[in-house]
Design a protein around this ligand. Structure first.
Ligand SMILES: [Zn+2]
Length: 446
């Protein structure tokens, strides 16, 4: 009789396809799922799975773990939530070319010293040689490529600049990148015209790669920004991924109904468009992205200083967890003066921004084209947005189990299952490539 390390008995098996759960056994040998269904063999350890569910590891489709995967290879903040694959390189911020990437790495990891690598191939090779605890798939960052090719000035690229950026993107394509990302509210991504993005996204035509974008505007200009993303995908001949889809700022609340309709229209025309989302009404970014020219108005909308909380200010920990409004009161200053004061002392300060409404979060989550991505900022210091740690638990616990926004199998249009109605499986095909909780790195999303 076969012998396994662990056998989980009579557990509700969700295979990740969105299909209904089935009760079965799961046997684990080493770091592999060895059998699923009715398992005759015994395990060194047996877990009573009744009343519990088991699923393949989650893919964090929108992460910023490019450098955390190197600095903190245990990726404990992700693995603890069931994540076994992280897609990095989002919002225009990629891991190469190295010098430009390090400028961006300093924002999230101000004191970190990173080993040097050459290009995306070098980054992938580093992960292969020092594997983090989760698989890593990477995107080429448009902003990083632009900084490397032409600095961070607000200028139109010359043909030589375009050739330099194309060479960077092509190197990423050859190294196995999953697509191009842009961050169009951040400098220098915000300086790029639509044509520049089309030309660079087109490097992925025919590769299966996609164009993932932090839209130019997630507030009252949301719909035009979604139209631009779709136009880029159609002109470049690549799939489109709308990053952390939301309507930010009170003036924009409710626009997600129309933006999801734009996605559905594009799909009806034959373009593959999808979105990702983190399950919170608060976002997180750098303070410099939401406070500009003395005003709390940006691509994230018009914000109240009482809704902007300092998340990380490494040299001023007393500021962390406090709103700009509260800091202003302490300083005897206006909110704008307080924000300028924080930025002068901590140019890379990150903030949590309470800018969305709950109905919009649920509307986006219910949509069949929405995937879950944490967008977590892995600073690990300060008081980071809880999405870094809690995204997947919150989707399963709060939104699926408590609210029923999704079924546990994440099939929004399927009836909710209950344990009494789950059939007993006589045989479920073993997912031979699924791995459980062991170290492995790959440059491809599996
Ligand atoms: Zn973003």
């Amino acid at each position: 009789m076969a012998r396994y390390d662990v056998v989980i008995r009579e557990v509700s098996v969700l295979d990740g396809t969105g299909g209904a759960a089935a009760i079965g056994d799961v046997a684990i040998a080493g770091d592999r799922i060895a059998a699923v269904g009715v398992v005759d063999g015994a395990g060194d350890a047996t877990i009573d799975g009744r009343g519990l569910a088991v699923a393949p590891g989650f893919i964090d489709v929108h992460s910023h773990d490019d450098f955390a995967a190197v600095l903190h290879p245990d990726l404990a903040f992700k693995v603890a939530g069931g994540v076994t694959t992280c897609i990095v390189g989002n919002c225009g911020m990629g891991a190469a070319p190295y010098t430009a990437a390090m400028r961006m790495a300093k924002t999230f990891h101000p004191r970190a010293v990173l080993p040097e690598w050459s290009g995306y191939a070098g980054y992938a090779a580093h992960l292969e040689s020092t594997p983090p605890a989760a698989n890593v798939g990477f995107l080429v960052g448009h902003g990083t490529a632009r900084v490397a090719a032409m600095g961070s000035k607000r200028v139109t690229p010359t043909s030589a600049d375009m050739a330099a950026m194309r060479a960077i993107v092509d190197e990423g394509v050859a190294a196995g990148a999953l697509g191009l990302s842009s961050g169009l509210i951040y400098a220098p991504g915000s300086f790029a015209a639509t044509d520049e993005l089309i030309a660079l996204a087109a490097c992925f035509r025919g590769t299966g790669g996609l164009y993932a974008t932090h839209l130019r505007d997630e507030s009252v200009g949301l719909l035009d920004a979604v139209r631009e993303a779709i136009a880029i995908g159609e002109a470049a001949g690549v799939r489109v991924q709308i990053s952390h889809h939301k309507a930010s700022g009170r003036d924009a609340w409710g626009l997600v109904g129309a933006s999801l309709a734009l996605i559905a229209d594009a799909q009806a025309r034959g373009l593959a468009v999808a979105a990702d989302q983190y399950p919170y009404t608060a976002g997180s970014t750098v303070l410099s992205a939401v406070f500009r020219d003395g005003r709390f108005e940006s691509g994230l909308g018009r914000l109240d200083p009482a809704d902007v909380v300092v998340a990380s200010a490494p040299d001023h920990p007393a500021w962390e967890g406090r709103t700009i409004a509260a800091l202003a009161a302490t300083l005897g200053a206006t909110a704008a003066e307080a924000a300028a004061h924080v930025l002068a002392a901590e140019p890379g300060a990150t903030v949590v921004v309470h800018g969305m409404c709950e109905d919009d979060v649920r509307t986006v989550m219910r949509h069949p084209t929405t995937m879950i991505g944490s967008d977590g900022i892995p600073t690990l210091d300060g008081k980071p947005h809880p999405r870094l740690y809690g995204t997947f638990a919150r989707v399963l616990g709060h939104y699926a189990r408590e609210l029923g926004v999704l079924t546990l199998a994440c099939a929004p249009d399927a009836a909710r299952t209950s344990s009494s109605s789950i059939p007993r499986a006589s045989s479920i095909a073993a997912p031979s490539k699924t791995r459980i909780g062991r170290r492995r790195a790959s440059t491809r999303c599996s």
